[in-house]
Ligand binder design. Structure first.
Ligand code: URA
Ligand code: SF4
Length: 220
């Protein structure tokens, strides 16, 4: 597929009336809804409790996730799990997924350098997220960083402005009709990778935990 053409999108790979996350995961393994499947190792689908009240949405799998086939198992994932614990969220209440299910990268020599997914990848991959929400029916959706925020709220979303407070969703999304799912609360926070990159890691981590405490209180 030439890269200038709009991707076909994931919809045709999504089962018509899915009954389980496992079924979605199996179907997503064969997705060719955009060109990212071609260079990545495998689809990295969401993982967690099938009726988790708290659903985390990240950006896309990283290098480690691409190789292991599981979301948030690398350094950002370790930090996220620690923050979930410190915020008092029961890890068995959590399901973790990504806005885009294949790793987008650029090869530099032998190194694979993370590239932020573009709007076309985000749109192409959205049907998987919609299908996940439809089955999980979470109480609260935690948005990790700008990419996830743009998927759920539209391109004008800014983490710095939105973080740390409960927002109704999808009612407050730019196009709520894009998400035929039950109304839930959404809470945005910074991406755990931003904590890893921060000059003042301790303060950044504290901010992440404080935001997650708002989510913890909302599901209690
Ligand atoms: N960063 C993400 O956004 N998702 C992952 O799965 C890993 C790192
Ligand atoms: Fe399909 Fe999403 Fe992977 Fe693109 S990134 S091929 S839409 S699963």
């Amino acid at each position: 597929m030439p890269r200038t053409e709009a991707p076909v999108g994931a919809q045709q790979w999504v089962p018509a009336e899915p009954t389980s996350i496992d079924q979605l995961k199996s179907a997503a393994a064969g997705c060719e809804g955009c060109e990212l499947y071609a260079d990545a190792t495998q689809t990295v689908f969401g993982r967690g409790a099938p009726h988790a009240p708290v659903v985390f949405v990240g950006e896309q799998p990283g290098d480690v996730e691409d190789q292991q086939g599981l979301p948030f198992v690398g350094p950002a994932g370790r930090l996220l799990r620690e923050a979930v614990g410190d915020a008092g969220i029961d890890p068995t209440d959590v399901y973790i997924t990504n806005a885009v299910k294949h790793f987008r990268f650029e090869l530099r020599g032998k190194r694979r350098i993370h590239q932020t997914p573009g709007p076309a990848h985000i749109t192409a991959c959205r049907p998987w997220l919609v299908a996940e929400f439809g089955l999980l029916k979470p109480k609260i959706v935690v948005i990790l960083g700008a990419t996830a925020g743009k998927v759920l709220f539209g391109p004008s979303f800014r983490v710095t402005q939105a973080r740390g407070r409960l927002m109704p969703w999808p009612a407050s999304a730019q196009h709520p009709e894009d998400f035929p799912v039950d109304e839930v609360q959404a809470l945005a926070t910074i991406h755990p990778s931003a904590v890893l990159r921060a000059d003042d890691r301790e303060t950044a981590y504290g901010g992440l935990v404080d935001d997650l405490k708002v989510a913890a209180a909302a599901v209690r």
